[in-house]
Design a protein around this ligand. Structure first.
Ligand SMILES: [Zn+2]
Length: 167
């Protein structure tokens, strides 16, 4: 019941991921319908019930344009787990503020990059120009497309791909 279920808005836009328990609850309440099954069934007292993989809400939910939350994990993912100064893929990446925080640099998508410990140490508390280091690419806010937002789940839920691509 902890398996993840993709939740589509009434217009089929993927908007969320929830666990099976919640998804079945939404379906039993008539607030969502089954779109994709593929996981067998559960037996309740009175009937057999398909285990959903994808459900769709009956009523359209209005919401602001989604944005990718700024977290360490998401910064590393945006930067393809690569140090943005030397281009190496290391397992112990750190977060570097391009304009150091003590110089007024903000904790924003456009001021944080993944950096290996060596590059982070070399840059120290200096501005980019002072460090004579070069970024592989200017940091940007990643697009909050469904493919990006739900991309991590696609590895375990390949059947979601047709519902996620294009949004
Ligand atoms: Zn580096």
């Amino acid at each position: 019941m902890d398996a993840l279920v993709l939740v589509l808005n009434a217009n089929f836009e993927p908007i969320n991921v929830c666990n099976t328990r919640r998804a079945v609850g939404l379906m039993l309440d008539g607030r969502a319908t089954l779109v994709a099954n593929g996981r067998g069934a559960i037996q309740t007292v009175s009937r057999s019930f398909p285990l959903p993989s994808v459900i769709r809400l009956e009523h359209m939910i209005q919401r602001p344009r989604p944005r990718v939350k700024l977290t360490r994990r998401e910064v590393f993912r945006r930067d393809n787990y690569t140090c943005q100064y030397c281009g190496r893929k290391v397992s112990n990446l750190t977060i570097d503020h391009v304009m150091p925080r003590h110089l007024g640099g903000m904790h924003t998508w456009t001021n944080v990059v993944a950096a290996c410990p060596a590059c982070n140490h070399h840059k120290g508390g200096r501005k980019l120009e002072e460090s004579h280091m070069i970024l592989l690419q200017p940091p940007r806010e990643p697009p909050a497309s469904a493919s990006y937002l739900f991309g991590l789940h696609l590895v375990d839920n390949e059947e979601w791909l047709p519902f996620v691509s294009g949004w």
